[in-house]
Design a protein around this ligand. Structure first.
Ligand code: NAI
Length: 212
């Protein structure tokens, strides 16, 4: 199932489908039509059919979609059936909240280690993982080979730590620092997250009475 040619907007809708389908499975729903899925997701039925057609369909005329199968297939496309070794840098308020509440394993992520430069919190436990000092990153990365890093550090530290992590084999960043890493690295996957952007989109919606 080739996903290289699929548009970014389709890919960005897949986690939403995956989440809703997971909820339907928990509720005991075994099959669903694109119309019912449309009511749940707020997307149009034709949009949903088009999206699924990009990956070869999944549905059957007159039957709809098998919820468990569709959930499983979308999960595979997203890669949540994998266990990507991941480290989290910056165990402050945000880092601790992420480590505790993100339910990483359900999303294809295996959180292996948490690091901070502040010695006074090194040794504390978060989500059953002991916070290590960033001095120990080289040894840890060579032993455990993580490929994803979650950056929950201030903007001022982001570039330096990212440079170091790329040299240690990190291939992808989930970047919460307000520093845009993308231009600096070719061949490295970066997802910059700015919750403030989402809030401003909401403000625009309120200003214009629009649900975006
Ligand atoms: P915090 O001050 O509670 O925690 C930051 C942690 O990073 C501290 O434990 C500090 O010791 C550590 N740190 C600093 N430099 C480091 C380095 N070079 N290596 C390893 N650890 C380092 O701050 P908080 O609230 O957790 O926020 C973290 C950052 O995330 C802030 O810069 C904040 O602006 C940003 N943020 C971004 C959001 C987003 O939507 N992208 C949302 C909320 C916060």
């Amino acid at each position: 199932m080739a996903s290289n040619s699929v548009s970014t907007s389709v890919i960005k809708r897949l986690p939403r489908y995956y989440r809703f389908l997971g909820e339907l499975m928990l509720a005991g729903t075994t099959r669903i039509s694109s119309r019912e899925l449309s009511e749940k997701t707020g997307l149009t039925a034709s949009q949903i059919r088009q999206d699924f057609n990009c990956f070869g369909g999944f549905g059957q005329q007159g039957y709809g979609y098998n919820v468990a199968e569709l959930h499983n297939e979308i999960g595979k496309i997203l890669g949540v059936d994998k266990r990507y070794g991941t480290i989290l840098i910056g165990a402050g308020n945000l880092g601790k909240a992420m480590a505790t509440h993100m339910n990483f394993e359900k999303r294809g992520i295996k959180l292996l280690g948490i690091f901070d430069s502040n010695r006074s919190i090194v040794g504390e436990k978060v989500a059953d993982i002991t916070i290590s000092h960033t001095d120990d990153l080289d040894k840890f990365c060579s032993e455990n080979q993580p490929i994803i890093a979650i950056l929950c550090i201030p903007k001022t530290s982001a570039q330096e730590i990212a440079d170091r992590l790329v040299k240690l084999g990190i291939k992808a960043f989930w970047n919460f620092s307000h520093y845009d890493l993308r231009p600096a690295y070719s061949g490295i996957i970066v997802e910059n997250v700015h919750l403030g952007d989402s809030l401003m989109t909401l403000a625009y919606g309120v200003n214009n009475n629009l649900n975006l």
